[in-house]
Write a protein that binds this ligand. Structure first.
Ligand SMILES: [Zn+2]
Length: 215
């Protein structure tokens, strides 16, 4: 996610547009029926039902709230790490887009994504507990394993990838699973790539002396 990302808020007129991804000025308007009018505590006029429409000054598309509930367009709560393998990212993005409307379906897809990510990282046991355990031995933080236990991906109460845990599968679990997937990709793919890039950029003489030292 870009560092300048600002979440859309009804009361703000500048944030990252969910259509064009630009930090943009919004044109704001409120719509209501006069028959919904009521007098507030200090005699100010309020409305029972209010449709708030923001229009992005950059792309011209609209963002909607009904009363205080965000409605449109669907937002991805946390962008996938760009290093995420394609098949995993496809599941991730599909889950992210429905996480607001159907967190249970999103959690099921995200558990499948964790399973697929293990396969992509070369851990091919049928038991996801063992695959995550192997990743921990390869440098994944144990905290991630514990967090995966809480969201029922690993551990004794784990549900099979793609299945639903009716007791915990809410929006918070979906966002946590997204965050955990990104953490695994960062630790197991992005960081090693970055170190490898730095190493490749060293002068030949330095690389030779490192190789000789390691012999
Ligand atoms: Zn826009």
């Amino acid at each position: 996610m870009a560092k300048t990302y600002v979440k859309p808020e009804k009361a703000q007129n500048k944030y990252t547009c969910p259509h064009c991804n630009t930090l943009s000025q919004m044109q704001c308007g409120e719509h209501h029926f006069d028959s919904d009018q009521y007098r507030g505590f200090r005699n100010e006029i309020g409305y029972k039902n209010e449709l708030t429409i923001h229009r992005c000054q950059c792309c011209g598309n609209k963002i909607l709230w009904i009363n205080n509930k965000y409605i449109y367009p669907d937002i991805i709560p946390e962008e996938a790490n760009p290093d995420m393998p394609g098949t995993v990212k496809q599941l991730y993005n599909e889950a992210a887009l429905i996480s607001n409307k159907s967190p249970r379906a999103a959690c099921a897809l995200l558990r499948l994504a964790v399973d697929k990510l293990c396969l992509e990282l070369g851990e091919t046991d049928r038991d996801i507990n063992k695959n995550i355990g192997a990743l921990v031995k390869r440098g994944l933080s144990q905290d991630v394993q514990q967090a995966l236990d809480i969201v029922r991906v690993v551990g004794n109460k784990a549900v099979h990838p793609g299945q639903i845990a009716f007791d915990v599968d809410d929006y918070a679990t979906a966002t946590m699973l997204m965050h955990l997937l990104n953490m695994i990709v960062t630790r197991m793919i992005s960081e090693p790539n970055e170190i490898n890039c730095l190493y490749q950029g060293l002068p030949e003489s330095v690389k030779k002396s490192i190789e000789n030292r390691d012999k």
